[in-house]
Ligand binder design. Sequence first.
Ligand SMILES: *[C@@H]1O[C@H](CO)[C@@H](O)[C@H](O)[C@H]1NC(C)=O
Ligand SMILES: *[C@@H]1O[C@H](CO)[C@@H](O)[C@H](O)[C@H]1NC(C)=O
Ligand SMILES: *[C@@H]1O[C@H](CO)[C@@H](O)[C@H](O)[C@H]1NC(C)=O
Ligand SMILES: *[C@@H]1O[C@H](CO)[C@@H](O)[C@H](O)[C@H]1NC(C)=O
Ligand SMILES: *[C@@H]1O[C@H](CO)[C@@H](O)[C@H](O)[C@H]1NC(C)=O
Ligand SMILES: *[C@@H]1O[C@H](CO)[C@@H](O)[C@H](O)[C@H]1NC(C)=O
Length: 384
Amino acid sequence: MKTTVFFLAIVWLLPRRVQGQTQDQVDALYKTLVNGHKKNTRPAVNHSFPTEVNVSFSLFQLVDVDEAMGKLSISGQLIMEWYDHRMSWNPIDYGGVNTITVPSSATWKPDLVLTEPIDNAIAFGHAFGHMQSWVTVRYLYDGKAIFAPAGVISSVCNISVYLYPFDEHECVINLFPWGMNKQEIVLNTNTTQLLNISIFSEDPEWILDRNETSTGVMFDNIFCYRVVLYLIRRSAFVTTNIIVPMYFLVILNAMVFVIPASSEERVTCAMTVLLAMAFFMTVVHDTLPKVSDPTPRICTVIMCYLLLSALIAIMTIINLRISKLSEGDGEKVLNNNWKIWKNWKNWNNWKKASVVIDIICGVGCFAWVSGSGIAMYVYVSRNR
Ligand SMILES: *[C@@H]1O[C@H](CO)[C@@H](O)[C@H](O)[C@H]1NC(C)=O
Ligand SMILES: *[C@@H]1O[C@H](CO)[C@@H](O)[C@H](O)[C@H]1NC(C)=O
Ligand SMILES: *[C@@H]1O[C@H](CO)[C@@H](O)[C@H](O)[C@H]1NC(C)=O
Ligand SMILES: *[C@@H]1O[C@H](CO)[C@@H](O)[C@H](O)[C@H]1NC(C)=O
Ligand SMILES: *[C@@H]1O[C@H](CO)[C@@H](O)[C@H](O)[C@H]1NC(C)=O
Ligand SMILES: *[C@@H]1O[C@H](CO)[C@@H](O)[C@H](O)[C@H]1NC(C)=O
């Protein structure tokens, strides 16, 4: 058994040994291909026809989504394939060598550039100022070239945080061959096999909902390759850490009207909740995107809650004064100063008035709070 395996292995290896791709042969091939290669002219057998380049994109990760700057950064690999007849050879002449890699700086390649870059406009596979010479182009013996530089792309993306944290965005990344019109370069992509996300790592903040890739003509004259990403924000963090606690704070605030009107503690209680809410607001502001145009709707909601809390504190203070009128203190004040009130000495009326105010305010607050809760729930479930 062992001998059979050994024998098979030898047989399998033999043809390779016989073909013998020696260092000299590979060096000779490299020299033949690269020396005299005109890297500044595009490859085409007949220059009446454009060079066809097949493009596809592998998304690795969302790197950064900056709402304030309107920027989307993704890392990925752009795979370009084309035929360069000048780089073809007969493998038999070179001991069976059927593929070779050549530094990208030594050969022609399509320079794809972002249409809306955040940083300097650089062709994919180039570094700042100079070429990334370690990025290689792989050639097959029939002249097929495969160039697959990877890196981070930062493109402009219009991000409206109006619906934060339930917002969705459509970001378009456009790449076009710099300086080449549609008579010179044609971009193709396989639209049945879209963006390759097989090695995409999920983002903790965003869900990649859909994706589209296509090629098309832009400005009537230039082919462009377009990747569209539909992003949905994961709202669980903001919901559990901001919206729900804020909501319970408002319910707690409305409970003030359940405390007896004559008790001074209710003012303390109302004030404490108001302070807690103001403190909470500073915490909230740290997590919100710092954008004013448009202001996120959640800011308006929090503002309304703070306003309600302040109104509750004011009503509590006024009502405390009114309920005190039904006691001796109020009687003295009115007797001495406000003659107009003299005829109306039924202090029980004040007590009743304070209870009525409490009921109206309490019911009003609870109605408002539950109403806003239901509205938020309906709004969120409709947007999901
Ligand atoms: C290139 O293509 C054009 C259009 O088909 C044709 O007229 C021309 O003869 C071709 N040139 C060569 C060198 O084959
Ligand atoms: C580009 O794609 C087309 C259609 O799938 C295919 O016929 C062609 O051979 C591809 N070109 C390269 C260089 O892979
Ligand atoms: C960004 O989006 C807003 C609202 O959708 C729109 O009014 C504005 O024109 C857009 N800006 C750009 C540069 O697309
Ligand atoms: C596009 O990709 C699909 C899936 O990989 C493949 O089956 C199909 O042949 C490709 N189409 C072209 C034109 O290359
Ligand atoms: C997608 O990318 C993975 C990893 O690079 C690769 O193995 C796979 O063949 C690609 N899928 C297609 C359809 O190109
Ligand atoms: C990208 O689009 C393809 C085709 O519609 C789909 O199969 C794939 O799941 C999409 N990727 C994501 C992350 O939604």
